[in-house]
Ligand binder design. Structure first.
Ligand code: F6R
Length: 360
């Protein structure tokens, strides 16, 4: 049941320290700087030369996160919406690893993309939360995220667990395919080990609730980020529109000036995500919105230069740039939840949506 929480979504947001601890348990050795992914011993992916992600919705955002992290370590990756995969038809062969990211393991679009890739000879790996799901049964390799059952239609704890497991997988793949290559900073594994505690800290912060209330009358809500902040901007906007029914959009911050800036007014708060990578560029983009009168809310660590121009601040701890976005995402989950709650929306079962989408 929901226990002390009014909604499964809030319960599941708060479960993240536990679900992440469960996800990483026994899977990393900080002292040796090694990851242990049960069925993937060192060398398992030696014969792979390119990686394609297929996924939908929130899982697509986690896939984008994983792909960006993999690119950083020199792996060749591409990311595809599973429902577009059949028409964009990227070439595959037996040296292609297709990673299907699907919480439920039952999303028809994703299963369809897996079948297509397998028919082309690709090796299929699924990152899923459900043992024995169709995706798990149909894949050559399975990486379980061990987040525990998720009941709320809005995916929350599974996104964090997917992203973290993809960072660990990135390290395994980088070791196998490109040799010694860093996915995050030197301390990434130590920072991942400390992540459950970091999540705990962010969950204790009440700012997102207050902020959600003060901007409730706005016309649209924009989320911007760069690098690993970009999938978080997309995810922030998806969660917001899904449960509040308000218009929200996520952009790569550098894209604002290529069109979306025309939408920016004093009535469109802009949530800017700072992960520690090229933050000065995100700040310049946020300033452009600010100049047009938009309230800017900086999602960043304390003392960050963005707080000087921002109208609001959602604080995250100062961590490795490979992980900062995941903490920013927790603040945005809380923002969406509290905004939807204030608007009286049926948070666990938003209209027109199902937990797993089993038709194409
Ligand atoms: C959004 C959400 C959906 C799912 C998508 C894929 O909160 O939950 O966007 O992420 O339908 O579902 P899975 O991961 O089960 O393939």
């Amino acid at each position: 049941g929901k226990g002390e929480y009014p909604h499964f979504m809030l319960k599941e947001i708060h479960e993240q320290p536990t679900s992440l601890a469960q996800a990483i348990e026994g899977r990393l050795d900080v002292e040796r700087d090694e990851v242990y992914l049960g069925s993937f011993p060192p060398g398992r992916f030696e014969d792979i030369d390119r990686i394609q992600f297929v996924a939908c919705g929130t899982s697509y955002h986690a896939a984008l996160y994983g792909s960006i992290a993999m690119n950083r370590s020199g792996l060749q990756t591409s990311v595809h919406l599973a429902n577009e995969y059949s028409v964009c038809a990227p070439p595959v062969d037996e040296r292609t690893l297709v990673i299907a990211v699907t919480q439920s393991g039952e999303t028809a679009d994703t299963l369809g993309a897996m079948r297509r890739a397998a028919a082309g000879g690709a090796r299929i790996l699924t990152v899923t939360n459900v043992i024995g799901s169709t995706a798990a049964r149909n894949a050559d390799d399975v990486l379980l995220i061990r987040a525990g059952p998720e009941i709320g239609v809005a995916a929350t704890k599974t996104f964090s667990a997917q992203a973290v497991m993809l960072l660990l997988l990135a390290q395994r793949l980088a070791d196998d395919i490109v040799g010694e290559a860093a996915v995050g900073g030197d301390s990434m594994l130590a920072d991942i080990r400390a992540l459950p505690e970091r999540f705990e800290g962010v969950l204790e912060d009440g700012t997102a609730k207050t902020l959600a209330e003060s901007y409730l009358e706005s016309q649209s809500f924009f989320f911007i980020g760069r690098g690993l902040g970009y999938p978080v901007a997309l995810e922030g906007a998806l969660k917001f529109k899904e449960i509040t029914y308000e218009h929200a959009e996520g952009f790569a911050s550098g894209e604002l000036k290529h069109g979306p800036l025309a939408l920016v007014t004093p009535d469109t708060p802009v949530f800017a995500i700072f992960t520690g990578q090229e933050d000065e560029k995100v700040l310049a983009n946020a300033e452009e919105a600010h100049t047009r009168g938009a309230p800017v809310i900086a999602v960043c660590h304390e003392g960050h230069p963005a707080t000087d121009i921002a109208d609001g601040h959602l604080e995250i701890p100062d961590v490795d740039s490979s992980l900062a976005g995941l903490l920013a995402n927790v603040q945005l989950q809380l923002l969406s939840y509290h905004a939807a709650d204030r608007l009286g929306r049926p948070i666990d079962k938003p209209r027109n949506l199902a937990k797993s989408v089993t038709v194409e």
